[in-house]
Design a protein around this ligand. Structure first.
Ligand code: AMP
Length: 223
């Protein structure tokens, strides 16, 4: 069942690959009792299962391209149309271009949610993004991210003991492709949400907890 609109927020997270969207979305969602809805995680799970969706999206993901809008939008809107027993939703990685943003707006306008309440743009310098992505390791079991440089000894996950791995699309050439796609297709959404008066820009450098606290405040301040 839907909560009253005042108690339920739809929040879009924007930022380049490597800006820390996934890490921050997970932390903030837990703290604010919101659903963390990551399009990239939904796709990765489908690829791991090897189901019909996974087979359709695998090649796009491997080369750092966007999955076609019809597939992505339908997957995210399907999830949003199911009941959400939380205090809101953080959309992490969706929308990724103007067409997706317009589809989302349309769907929300025809639902009890009405519209997105806030767009959080996590900004990080490009040089830092490349550095972070190429040194990113993730736990296979709990997805906790770590940073190790080339040649470092990589231990097991400090939280759960799971094996750490690097995402195939974090390989240097694919990273450059993903950044290109981001600047061409996704960065225009910053202006899109600014014009709607719901954009909050958060500096994504510095300590993880401090960034999360600034995001929680920005969401709390949104109307
Ligand atoms: P992410 O984990 O958000 O970096 O997403 C990993 C990959 O999943 C992207 O490089 C795309 O191939 C695909 N993907 C995730 N979200 C979207 C989206 N909103 N639109 C199109 N493709 C997406």
């Amino acid at each position: 069942m839907l909560l009253a609109k005042a108690d339920f927020k739809i929040v879009v997270f924007l930022g380049a690959p490597g800006a820390g969207k996934g890490t921050q979305a997970a932390l903030v969602a837990q703290e604010m009792q919101m659903l963390h809805l990551s399009s990239g995680d939904l796709f990765r799970r489908a690829v791991e299962r090897g189901d019909e969706l996974g087979l359709k999206v695998k090649a796009f993901m491997e080369c750092g391209a966007l999955v076609p809008d019809e597939i992505t939008t339908q997957m995210v809107l399907d999830r949003l149309s199911q009941s959400i027993d939380r205090r809101g939703v953080i959309l992490d990685g969706f929308p990724r271009n103007l067409a997706q943003a317009e589809s989302l707006d349309n769907a929300l306008a025809h639902s009890a949610y009405e519209r997105a309440d806030a767009a959080i743009y996590i900004s990080v310098e490009q040089e830092e993004l490349v550095r972070r992505l190429s040194s990113r390791w993730l736990c296979r079991l709990c997805q906790t991210p770590y940073n190790y440089r080339h040649g470092d000894a990589v231990p097991a996950c400090a939280k759960c003991g799971g094996e750490l791995y690097q995402r195939a699309d974090d390989a240097p050439q694919t990273v450059m492709r993903r950044l290109e796609v981001y600047f061409k297709d996704t960065a225009p959404l910053i202006e899109y949400y600014k014009q709607r008066g719901i954009l909050a820009e958060i500096d994504g450098s510095g300590d993880v907890a401090g960034i999360a606290a600034r995001i929680v405040k920005a969401i709390g301040d949104s109307k």
